[in-house]
Design a protein around this ligand. Structure first.
Ligand code: FDA
Length: 449
């Protein structure tokens, strides 16, 4: 897939026939840099060394997305799809290799339509949400429609729906309701031919694959998702309790490891460990009065009392905000393809900024930490969560213009275990030419291979 100057010119000329010029930003546009940076969370990817797109298409409707795909295929320009821009490796807007590509940015496609169900007719409450909406916008729209409904997805309100659902997605409702992708009941997808397909039209294998398989960017461009909402009580309770080493953090953390997986499903307790302080953060689906006996019985060492409780509706106010520094999580340990028996998902993070230099020391620290943890986590393969994307796990090799399945297994089985093969067969069905491709996209595999 070679792209010359002539083909990028052809791509742009083709686009202007279907997409209004004010929605197209080429490198020479005065606003190119600010549009590119608009949703980038990790400024590490905005240096001079970043391989940038030739053009950003800020789609406002499905036809703009279709045009980008049709023109891209015709003129040999690949696309990177960006919804919320939170990809930990920046794969939605940059390439780690020298290649010519355009970004299709879906931030203009962000409507949310909630439909309240009818218990008498056994019709569930659902929402259609566009990929460019943020989780915060989805939660807000649900909260406005009903204070008894919620959606089980991530904690950070700025994360984009498009990437999040493509890679699974979880938050404080995980123990009771599973992953965000588990609740998708329909979707619309622009495929590599530029067609808009719904669940029936894309077929069950591809519909299975787009819900968490591939972390986005492998099967096509998802325009919107229909999700089933879950019931929550009118009051939920949150608490955050920091424990320093002097306050017994090590022993309490050790106890948490035994207790947390066996708590009632209504209760989720996570821990953030930073600078020798362990911060225990919890969400309970019920009142403080109902929570305290559970905590006193199961986890008295934490010493939760009324003063720690914050009762609120599920919507918030959320006590957990993302840190204002540059995140660099190199990796995670998780068994996402296995639900039963999964105890923990560990995310390793480091931050630098301002006078923090080039991050070499921080990266070394995190790689050492990852190596140190090896005896304590899953093995053969050591598993990882695709929404915590990590190119250190391995990157694709292209052989004869198609991504190699064998080479992809190195990183793919860490994210998906045996499901990697099934994902590769779904990729073959929907995109046999491997148009949607990036450093960790699912390679196509023939069922007979
Ligand atoms: P972005 O737009 O960067 O896309 C991510 C990937 O999906 C890219 O490969 C992109 O090409 C592809 N993609 C995007 N839109 C697509 C579409 N419409 N169709 C097809 N492919 C598409 N995770 C979690 O489970 N729980 C959490 O609480 C959090 N919290 C969190 C906080 C912060 C600050 C960050 C930076 C990240 C998280 N995450 C997380 C991880 C997050 O779920 C993950 O990075 C998502 O992929 C982000 O989705 P975006 O749409 O924002 O990313």
């Amino acid at each position: 897939f070679f792209c010359s100057q002539a083909s990028s010119d052809g791509f742009l000329a083709c686009l202007t026939a279907s997409v209004p010029e004010q929605l197209l930003f080429t490198r020479s546009s005065p606003s190119f840099a600010s549009v590119l940076a608009s949703s980038v969370r990790n400024r590490r990817f905005l240096t001079q060394a970043t391989v940038r797109p030739i053009c950003i298409v800020t789609a406002m409707n499905a036809s703009h997305v279709q045009a980008a795909v049709v023109c891209g295929r015709r003129h040999g320009v690949r696309l990177r799809v960006r919804s919320g821009g939170h990809d930990y490796e920046g794969l939605s807007f940059r390439s780690t290799r020298l290649e010519t590509f355009a970004v299709i940015d879906l931030a203009g496609l962000r409507s949310v339509r909630v439909s309240l169900g009818s218990p008498r007719e056994e019709a569930p409450s659902t929402a259609w949400v566009d990929s460019g909406a943020t989780l915060g916008e989805l939660y807000h729209a649900i909260g406005k429609a009903s204070d008894r409904l919620a959606f089980p997805a991530g904690l950070c309100p700025t994360v984009g729906v498009g990437g999040h659902l493509s890679g699974g997605g979880f938050g404080m409702l995980l123990r009771k309701h599973g992953l965000a992708a588990d609740h998708v009941v329909d979707a619309t997808l622009v495929d590599a031919e530029g067609r808009v397909l719904d669940r029936d039209a894309m077929g069950q294998d591809v519909f299975w694959a787009i819900r968490g398989g591939g972390g986005g960017g492998s099967f096509g461009i998802v325009l919107s998702w229909q999700v089933k909402l879950v019931a929550v009580p009118p009051a939920v309770t949150a608490f955050t309790i920091p424990k320093s080493v002097e306050q017994g953090a090590v022993d309490i953390l050790t106890k948490w490891q035994e207790v947390a997986p066996a708590l009632p499903d209504d209760l989720f307790v996570r821990v953030l460990v930073q600078r020798q302080v362990a911060k225990f953060q919890a969400l309970y689906l019920g009142t403080c009065d109902a929570l305290l006996p559970v905590m006193r019985h199961r986890f008295p060492e934490l010493g939760v009392n009324h003063k720690h409780c914050k009762e609120m509706t599920w919507l918030g106010p959320t006590p957990w905000t993302p840190p204002p520094a540059r995140p660099r999580p190199t990796t995670s340990d998780m068994r996402s393809p296995h639900r039963a028996g999964v105890l923990y998902n560990v995310q390793y993070m480091n931050f630098w900024g301002g006078g923090g230099g080039d991050g070499a020391a921080q990266k070394r620290w995190i790689r050492d930490m990852y190596a140190f943890m090896e005896p304590h986590v899953s093995k053969n393969p050591r598993e990882a969560y695709v929404n915590y994307r990590d190119l250190d796990l391995g990157t694709n090799v292209v052989v004869g213009n198609v991504t190699s399945y064998e080479a992809g297994k190195v990183w793919g089985e860490k994210y998906y275990k045996d499901n990697f093969r099934r994902l590769a067969m779904a990729k073959r069905q929907i995109d046999p030419d491997d148009y949607f491709r990036n450093e960790q996209s699912i390679p196509p595999l023939d069922a007979d291979e």
